[in-house]
Design a protein around this ligand. Sequence first.
Ligand code: GLA
Length: 534
Amino acid sequence: MRMRKVLGAIGIAAVGGLIGVTAPMGMSPAVAQAAATPQPLASLDGSWLVVPRRTPGSVAIGGIPRSFVLSSDGRTVTGEFRFNGWVYPIANMVARPDGFAFDLTGKPPFVKMRAKLSAGGRFLDVWIGDEVVGVAPFLARRVTPAELATVERDAPRPDNMTKLPLPALHDVGVKNLAPTPPMGWNSWNVFREAVDDAAVRAMADRLVATGLRDAGYRYVTIDDGWQGKRDAAGVLHPNAKFPDMKGLVDYIHARGLKVGIYSSPGPVTCTGYIGSHGHEKQDAKTYAAWGVDLLKYDWCSASNIYDTKTEMQAQYQKMGDALAETGRAIVYSLCQYGLFDVGSWGNRVGGHLWRTGGDSIEGDLWHAIDFRFDHNGNAAHAGPSAWNDADMMLVGIDGLTPEEYRTHYTLWTMAASPIILGNDLRTMTPATKALVANREVIAIDQDPLGIQGRRVSQDGKTEIWTKRLADGSTAVALFNRGDAPAAMTVRWGGAVGVAQPKMLRDVWRGADLPVRPSYTTTVPRHGAILLRAF
Ligand code: GLA
């Protein structure tokens, strides 16, 4: 949480988002291998615009430009980093054999940065953060002051950048709009800011054609990157990638699917698009007029303004009230990374689901999955229209083994987490499809009782979880978090608290198993076995 909190405090995770990279721990090898002669400080003089780089997900259209403006006096360099509408003065610039090191100051004053000139001084490779908070690399291009001024003039401008009056807390009164954990697809993990109208339509089509809609995946959510500018009346319009939002929503609805959209209680989203701060009612009305069915509301830059639990609750409540006032049934998905025991107040602000941690897609993917075994939110808070959200799925995105994908899906299922796919459905392999379309597994996630399963025994790196289901049966998952295969045994009537069943299913295989006083199997490394005991 420390990492997320510190990065979140300035929205630095969004720097990674902007350029479509994952943030590795530790300093980049490029920094370590740089030339041994320090580059002159004066070579940093000028304006630098942060630009997209490398991955398709890095296309920034419609966001707020980020830039450095630097000037040297021969001995040191001063200037500022303009980030999402905020300005961070630069201090303590030093030239080192491996580039430059400096600090960002301002609120919150914490950020260490490194930089190195590349391509003959035309680019600046920048690393934000340090070994403690994590390092995110990004790229800036040398521009003329006139060029920067033009980009900034044409860009969206956040308003309401300071604290606004907060309402007294009350109970918004949540409607049962999500009786089982929401299932669907979200654009972030695969498209990031590159998401556009055509991509979303294609995903809706694929949900239908692959049968996934009929397996339960109903919400198509457009995450960050759709927003454009507010007009003179304050109404927010989509950017050029979404020429007809109402038309897009109608297209998705016509296919028997629902539509989700994304915003922030801060003035700016995590990736530098316009947020809803001070425009909650107006934005809720816009979403309702388009026909939106779900809002993911992401804390992001609100952390630059608000600090306390009460402030956070009030900010989420504002939008909860605004959504209720529209009269439209809109599922409200809170995204504040599990801070302040959100499950204990999520329903009061009108929320139906809430994230329990940071982004799974950042950093080492197996580590991100493994982390969720111990950070699943409080199971006691879970139930119909009150879901602990373990974050979007990584299934079908490179980086995990088939066993790890199965473990990931099994854990989310046992935890009654929303299952929101994050992969490109156009290029989904038969193996990925088989994994995410397994109806017996989905039935356990979607069980109407809405109980979040719990770990009932643990032995080193192996653990057993159980989840009671509406028909009186129990789902039993055997997990091996270790790096080698492990023999595991479930003794019926023993510590796992499940009596010897009359019938036993291997749920992933869809096969009945013989019933004996105990069940023993070998679970692969990072693997999972899912049983249903009747
Ligand atoms: C945060 C959220 C992600 C995604 C991005 C978009 O990092 O946790 O799920 O919505 O913002 O900028």
